[in-house]
Design a protein around this ligand. Structure first.
Ligand code: GLN
Length: 205
């Protein structure tokens, strides 16, 4: 059985929570391997999947530019590397941002054809948890944690809606790239990490 290496972009944000969730998921699935904290371009070389965590999109973006890691992520995504981006990570994957994002000068990776709205649910006080239905995960609802969360205004091209809450798009996917505006790493439900790890298992490395 191949040894799986999954990377978590570790520049800023909810890094350790994702590492823990991935480790627990690998154990649950009986997979051998490890989870690496990705800090520089070379760390991306051997991984079969990359998580871009939530945090502060402006800070992660600045550090990504400083480390020149963005270009390599775009290149690997084009080669089919599975990517799971959550919250601030989802902002960074978009092709288009709202006025707030434009004002910060954030340079988006443009991997998903979607327009994303920063703080779409309001400020910190409006962080909340709720049950959502995600068709790909089956009938049992998923408890989603939203923290100053973005939302997707629209998707186009090959990018498809993956999850919705009320009238807002909160998940979008195009092939190997999945973006979620909530935090699946903050609950004990491992179904999203499981879904992602199964994508990584199929990625030839
Ligand atoms: N609002 C934050 C940002 O714009 C994202 C919040 C989060 O990742 N929890 O970067």
């Amino acid at each position: 059985m191949k040894k799986l290496k999954i990377g978590v972009l570790a520049l800023q944000g909810a890094v350790s929570e994702h590492i823990e969730a991935l480790e627990r998921t690998m154990k649950k699935l009986g997979l051998k391997g490890k989870v690496l904290a990705v800090r520089k371009t070379e760390d991306l070389n051997e991984i079969s999947g990359l998580v871009i965590p939530g945090g502060e999109s402006t800070t992660i973006n600045r550090l990504m530019l400083e480390t020149k890691i963005s270009e390599k992520i775009i290149e690997l995504a084009g080669q089919g590397l599975p990517i799971l981006a959550t919250c601030a990570g989802a902002i960074l994957l978009a092709k288009e941002g709202d006025e707030q994002i434009k004002k910060t000068g954030t340079i988006l990776l443009g991997l998903l054809e979607m327009k994303i709205l920063r703080n779409a649910f309001g400020r910190q006080v409006n962080s909340f948890e709720t049950e959502i239905k995600i068709p790909e995960l089956g009938k049992r609802p998923f408890r989603a944690v939203f923290i100053r969360a973005p939302a997707v205004e629209k998707v186009w091209g090959e990018t498809k809606v993956w999850a919705k809450y009320k009238n807002k798009i909160i998940g979008a996917k195009k092939g190997n790239v999945l973006a979620l505006t909530f935090h699946p790493e903050l609950t004990s439900d491992l179904r999203i990490h499981e879904y992602f790890i199964k994508m990584a298992v199929d990625f030839p490395r």
